[in-house]
Every structure is written in structure tokens, then in C-alpha cells.
Design a binder for this molecule. Structure first.
Ligand SMILES: Cc1ncc(COP(=O)(O)O)c(C=O)c1O
Length: 307
């Protein structure tokens, strides 16, 4: 595992003559499978599972879930069992390479209906699952819990943590909440949700509140974040040629690989923000949260180089 992950300075034409120092936190380099924020979100879940003497982790994901695969690999490494509840009863281990890899790491895959999957965040459902799969610690989809958030704090403690602006892609908000807990007051966090119509601030408030933060502290934390709502490119896993063109251009200039589902959208949002707000004289960090496997598949399909 490559930890701490590198914080690399990069140079982009878009930042020329602005006196901007731009860095990328290369969490995508942490591990081949448990890459990016996946390791950050799993680290303390794994430790908690061991401390509580559970046999393993039970979690949830779709047919192509990087979180399922990362959980399978992390549990395998920690000699824990893993159970993956997969959305879609029609699926099998042979349905795709991701599920095959999960099984290869020893994950027990259980294919459930979409109706059952809809209960994945319900407490009573978790209680039923623990009775059905004794010894399991239930971890939410995407590693979105307190331990996941605490693990994401470590992204910033591995840097000089003195940035003016920090940009990160947002799905469940676990990563951005963890980052928010660990940055100084002067740093402005800009989160880029990749889902259309996503209510970022409600989700972040929920995450903090589940973790026991009082509302005054949550208000202070939320004052430090701006949500860049308009860079979802149509919604989760949607993208267009404009996004791919810009990712290709970024890759050509920096050799930093991006994916079109999360990090590509966030990087482009950062460049647009700098341009639109005429940002100058600033130290900026882009947190690279990984996610290249989706990018690789699209690269193959389009024949274009952006990862
Ligand atoms: C590559 C990548 N970046 C960003 C995110 C969003 O992180 P979070 O769900 O913690 O907001 C994800 C989802 O886990 C992801 O896979």
C-alpha cells in the first residue's frame, strides 16, 4: 500500500498567470483494488470489526460496485470474512469481472431483489441480517458511516493542510465530511456531487448528526463548504463528449488519470471555478479519490486517452 499517498504539484495552462499553486492528493495510487477513498473509508471499519471480534463485514453494492470489490480485498488482507449483498437477483458470480474478483477474494455474494435492496439503510433490516449472518458487522453501501468518515480525515493529515481551496467529488458525502473535519478554518472546501438533484447539505448534515455532532457545530462546519451543483453532467455515471474532451486534455497536460464518473467531473468543476471566479494567488488541492476502473472501460470503448 502506498501510504501516505503522494501530494504532487501539477502545472496547467488554465492556471498560467494566476499565481496558483495546484496540488493533487494522489489517493488513486494507494492500492490497485482498495484505491482512493475506498481504503480511507474501510480502514477503521476493518479495525472496528477486528476490535469487536466480529467474523467479518457484510455490505451492499450494485453489480459493478468498487466498494464491494474493495471490501472483499480489504477483508481478505485482514483475514476477515466478507459478505456482499448485491442489487439484482438475476445476477450471478459469473455476471461480470468485478463480481468474479469479489468471489476470488473470498466474498460470499448474495443476490437480492431491488425491493429488498431498498431496505439497505434500515436499522431493522440490519438487525435481521445480523441474525441471518451471525458474526457480521454491517457496513453501509459506499462505506458511508462514522468509521468511513474518520478514515477520510487522514487524507488531509498527510498534507501540509494549509490550502486556500480544496476540491473533491461527492457521492455519499462521507469523504467530504471527513475532509471538512480535518481542515483549518481558512480552507474553503468545494464539493462536486456527481448525482443530479442531490441534496448535498442535507446528506452531510445527516452524516454529522448520526455521528453525534450537535447542530451548532454542524452549522459551523457547513459554513466552510460550497457545493458546486452543476457538474453532474446529467447524473450518476452519465457523461458527454465535452467531459471526455476535457479529461483527455487534462491527461495530456498532467498525465493524471481521471474517471468520467467522479474525478473527471470534479476536476473540470475545479477548472471552471477558477476561471469563473477569477481565482488568483492561491494554493489549491484536488483530492484524487480514485475510481479509474470505470475510466478504463470507457477509454477502451472510445479509444481515447484520459487514464
Ligand atoms: C472515485 C470516487 N470518488 C468519489 C466518491 C465519492 O465519495 P463519497 O461517497 O464518500 O462522497 C466515490 C464514491 O465512493 C468514488 O468511488
Amino acid at each position: 500500500m502506498l501510504l501516505p499517498s503522494p501530494t504532487d504539484e501539477i502545472h496547467l495552462k488554465a492556471c498560467n498567470n494566476r499565481n496558483i499553486k495546484l496540488f493533487v492528493k494522489r489517493d488513486d495510487l494507494i492500492h490497485e483494488t482498495i484505491s482512493g477513498n475506498k481504503w480511507r473509508k474501510l480502514k477503521y471499519n476493518v479495525k472496528q470489526c477486528q476490535a469487536m471480534k466480529h467474523d467479518g463485514i457484510l455490505t451492499f453494492g450494485g453489480a459493478y460496485s468498487n466498494h464491494l470489490l474493495a471490501t472483499a480485498a480489504a477483508c481478505h488482507m485482514a483475514e476477515l470474512k466478507s459478505i456482499g449483498l448485491v442489487r439484482g437477483e438475476e445476477l450471478t458470480i459469473a455476471s461480470n469481472h468485478m463480481l468474479k474478483q469479489c468471489a476470488g477474494f473470498g466474498m460470499q455474494l448474495v443476490f437480492i431483489s431491488r425491493e429488498e435492496y431498498a431496505f439497505r439503510n434500515e436499522k431493522e433490516y440490519h438487525e435481521e441480517l445480523v441474525l441471518k449472518y451471525p458474526g457480521s458487522m454491517v457496513v453501509p453501501e459506499g462505506g458511508a458511516n462514522y468509521y468511513g468518515m474518520i478514515g477520510c480525515q487522514e487524507i488531509m493529515t498527510e498534507t501540509e493542510n494549509d490550502f486556500d481551496f480544496l476540491f473533491v467529488a461527492q457521492g455519499t458525502t462521507t469523504t467530504s465530511c471527513g475532509i471538512l473535519l480535518s481542515i483549518p478554518e481558512k480552507t474553503k472546501l468545494l464539493a462536486v456531487p456527481v448525482l443530479k438533484g442531490f441534496d448535498s447539505s442535507t446528506e452531510m448534515r445527516r452524516m454529522f448528526s448520526y455521528s453525534g455532532f450537535p447542530s451548532e457545530i454542524i452549522d459551523d462546519l457547513m459554513a466552510q463548504i460550497t457545493v458546486l451543483q452543476d457538474h453532474h453532467f446529467g447524473g450518476y455515471a452519465k457523461f458527454n463528449d465535452m467531459l471526455l474532451d476535457r479529461m483527455e486534455q487534462i491527461f495530456n497536460e498532467t498525465k493524471i488519470p481521471l474517471d468520467p464518473i467522479y474525478t473527471g467531473k470534479a476536476f473540470v468543476a475545479m477548472l471552471d471555478y477558477i476561471e469563473l471566479n477569477d481565482v488568483r494567488d492561491a494554493k489549491i488541492l484536488f483530492v484524487h479519490t480514485g475510481g479509474i476502473s470505470g475510466g478504463k472501460a470507457i477509454e477502451k470503448g472510445t479509444g481515447r486517452r484520459f487514464c
